[in-house]
Design a protein around this ligand. Structure first.
Ligand SMILES: C[S@@+](CC[C@H](N)C(=O)[O-])C[C@H]1O[C@@H](n2cnc3c(N)ncnc32)[C@H](O)[C@@H]1O
Length: 293
């Protein structure tokens, strides 16, 4: 195995291990904060009764479960056993398999729809995954892929959320608002928690439209999705410690007792802020790409 392939496998194993350790919390949080976007994804792709649908990087199976409830025949794949254990408990109508998103073990043209939520940025080689998604879809099959992102510049949603983002920043600068994911990352820096090596795997700025076109997808469209939640101190810790890959990898590398101590300290600092009238804000945003094979 070459060095690049070895590095890529190590990054994948670190990513899977960080999810194994947080699957129960992830499950609760994804239901609470990602049901909106998962429902929108299925509306964008107009999933139909008995469509054969692949959920790539299904995690604890949120999207798979919603698609199966709409009558689709769903297979969810993920490389984390821990996440799939949770998925199997809840989504009885779907089936789940451990698999690498970059090397799918399905026949060419075997799905009508492929969907993926918050996964492409976790992959060392997202283009390989896009190529695989193109291969496993039948001609005319539909793809929908959501990746975490700020709004598209100059779109109506960018203007609307730009105003929100600007006021968030102004209030944050005077200590009246704490924003995820920066707030926990800075707290971990102050506490001397080492930065994560695995996080290098996250390809923040990869041009997804370009990748989809390069592997042969047609009619590529995009829309932006965003939501904003005001949280309690405990929720504010949970959402960042679990959803933010950088924070999650840094925390799972620590002994449990140390992570627990940091959580108590963080929550008590946030309580002081909240008592002074500050709000704790979790903003979530994604670009939803849709395309045809
Ligand atoms: C942010 S989670 C999203 C989970 C789910 N789609 C959701 O939104 O609730 C990313 C998921 O991608 C999975 N993943 C990361 N790299 C993978 C790979 N190479 N192959 C398969 N799954 C992978 C992780 O295990 C994790 O479950």
């Amino acid at each position: 195995m070459g060095d690049d392939a070895g590095d890529s496998n190590r990054l994948k194993q670190a990513d899977a291990a960080s999810y194994d350790a947080t699957a129960t919390d992830f499950d609760y949080l994804t239901d609470r904060y990602s049901t909106g976007i998962a429902s929108r994804i299925l509306a964008v792709v107009k999933v139909e009764q008995s469509d054969r649908l692949l959920d790539l990087g299904t995690g604890t199976g949120l999207l798979a479960r919603l698609a199966a409830e709409r009558g689709a025949n769903v297979v969810g794949i993920d490389h984390s056993e821990g996440m799939l254990d949770r998925a199997r408990l809840k989504a009885k109508l779907a089936t789940f398999q451990v698999m690498d998103a970059e090397a799918l073990q399905f026949e060419d043209g075997s799905f009508d729809v492929a969907a993926t939520l918050y996964v492409l940025r976790h992959l060392p080689n997202p283009r390989a995954a896009c190529r695989e998604l193109h291969r496993i879809l039948r001609p005319g099959g539909k793809l929908v892929a959501a990746v975490g992102a700020r709004p598209t510049p100059f779109s109506a949603s960018a203007v609307a959320s730009g105003i929100g983002a600007l006021s968030d920043r102004l209030f944050a600068a005077v200590g009246r608002r704490a924003l995820s994911p920066e707030f926990l990352r800075r707290f971990l820096d102050r506490q001397g928690v080492p930065s994560s090596r695995g996080h290098a795997a996250h390809h923040g700025n990869e041009d997804v439209s370009g990748m989809l076109a390069a592997v042969g997808f047609k009619n590529i469209r995009r829309e932006w999705w965003g939501e904003r939640f005001q949280l309690t101190p405990e929720e504010f810790w949970d959402v960042q410690a679990v959803f933010d890959s950088e924070a999650r990898e840094r925390l799972t590398a620590l002994p449990d007792a140390e992570a627990e101590k940091l959580k108590r300290k963080f929550v008590s600092e946030c309580k002081v802020l909240a008592d002074r009238g500050a709000s704790l804000v979790y903003r979530t945003g994604a670009i939803i790409y849709s395309a045809e094979r």
